[in-house]
Design a protein around this ligand. Structure first.
Ligand SMILES: [Zn+2]
Length: 267
């Protein structure tokens, strides 16, 4: 039920979890497999921000939309700044490209047929679904967003806007950098330590001034603290840095790379 698995969608390989295989919702975490990108962005790169011709990125967005059965013109995308702001997707936010009128790292909606997209290349994508009120969220949670509790803020925004009861929420924490590879300095440990609960079980000290941090575990715990049931949260064990043929990784490739997306849409 809470396992993640690979699935073929059209010519793409996407990642899904049984937790969100529900009649009222469509979801996917993309991989770089297939798609039209070139060079270091070869595969399903969904980022217009790189110094590459946008044609292949448009084609990739159309490919993804066709595979999942949505209109790419209705998609709403984050404009990510590693902040903690949550935006309710508005009709005027829809379009083929990243919107320039706002910055946000999380989107929420209760409107059917509006796909929400967040992007990552090591940072952790999180999708939330409320099957009772019919609402969804897509969240980009890197270490800064995780330390700022952006997943909890998205839950609170859904509660405020849609009357979501956190105990009904289903949460899928997607593929991203794992505790095997997320080596950090003290600033990350200090920021995460201010979250307000015991994070020691998610941080491993290694000789020298370095730590390894389990961002997915911390996000799951953040959601539990916000009232989600442990059985309604699942995290993909796949690490973006460990699997170079499947995911882009900022840690591995720096800026010379594409990005994955996580998508959720209410039916
Ligand atoms: Zn790893």
């Amino acid at each position: 039920m809470t396992e993640f698995f690979d699935e073929t969608a059209g010519i793409l390989t996407i990642r899904r979890t049984g937790l969100l295989m529900r009649p009222g919702v469509v979801h996917a975490f993309t991989t770089r497999r297939s798609g039209f990108g070139e060079g270091p962005c070869s595969g399903l790169n969904l980022d217009f921000g790189k110094d590459i011709p946008p044609g292949s990125v448009y084609r990739n967005h159309f490919l993804l939309a066709a595979a999942l059965g949505y209109s790419p013109f209705k998609a709403v995308r984050t404009r990510q700044v590693h902040g903690d702001s949550v935006r309710e997707a508005k009709p005027e936010d829809s379009g083929l490209r990243e919107h320039t009128a706002y910055e946000c790292d999380a989107l929420i909606t209760d409107r059917p047929g509006v796909p929400l997209l967040v992007f990552s290349a090591d940072c952790i994508p999180v999708l939330l679904y409320d099957p009772v009120k019919g609402a969804a969220a897509a969240i980009h949670s890197g270490w800064r967003g995780t330390a700022a509790g952006i997943a909890a803020k998205a839950v609170r925004a859904m509660r405020g806007r849609y009357g979501t009861f956190p105990g009904n929420l289903l949460a899928a924490i997607g593929p991203g950098i794992g505790p095997c590879c997320f080596e950090t300095g003290e600033e990350v440990v200090r920021a995460i330590g201010a979250l307000g609960f015991d994070v020691s079980g998610f941080i491993r000290k290694v000789p020298g001034e370095k730590w390894y941090v389990d961002l997915k575990g911390i996000i799951a715990r953040t959601l539990e603290e916000e009232g989600l049931a442990g059985g309604n949260i699942c995290a993909d064990p796949e690490c973006s840095r460990c699997l170079p043929s499947k995911y882009w990784s900022h840690r591995r490739s720096g800026q010379s790379r594409g990005v994955q997306a996580a998508v959720i849409m209410l039916k």
